[in-house]
Design a binder for this molecule. Sequence first.
Ligand code: PEP
Length: 250
Amino acid sequence: MSERKKLVAGNWKMNGSLAANQALVQALRQGVGQPACDVAVCPPSVYLGQLQQLLAGQTAIALGAQDLSQHEGGAFTGDVSATMLKDFGVRYAIVGHSERRQHQGETDLQVALKVRRALAAGITPIVCVGETLREREEGLTEFIVKRQLSAVLHLNGHAINETVVAYEPVWAIGTGQTATPAQAQSVHAVLRAQLRAAGAQAEHVRILYGGSMNAGNAAELLAQPDIDGGLIGGAALKAPDFLTIVAAAA
Ligand code: PEP
């Protein structure tokens, strides 16, 4: 039995509206009960204030952000700092999602700097790593995820114990093509071994799986010894599906 409490985090990506968010959170609050795992929702940053209010008065569902700036503050138009997120009760922040690496050109170093900012503000970063289909086909999966995590380890040292890692194979995100439980488990084991070798408390660090996890496949993935929860995209926008995943994690 793992000593790690599972975490299920919903990445809403660039979806939602005031009305849709209200309906979704209402359904989640009604259905979540007292979950045996940690639960978070990560809306677009413009809705964090709304979500803070919608989630007030309960502790079952925490608030997360999808990104944060690597800078403390100042002339960085459009960016949002860790301190600002903290102001809105943000508990988790996704960092280095493959969509940001791909579309915004985020580098391993930037990701590591963002992790440092989050930790300094008391926000738990959810650090995403994962290989593309081509990298997998070329046998580079291990090399890529280790390179991505090693940048974060290098800059943050033992603070890595306070982070969450998410293995998200790029080819599985939003495609409906989930990694098999065995494929995911084997990469999770590699990442945990890397954490251990770096002197981290590897048995305490949660490693989530993300990539087309849904109500139908969650239980099998979450039963793997090194899979400590899920980072959920599409299925996080449907309350019954997200709640089924939360139940599977518990
Ligand atoms: C994600 O965006 O992190 C994700 C895993 O998306 P999806 O579940 O839609 O594949």
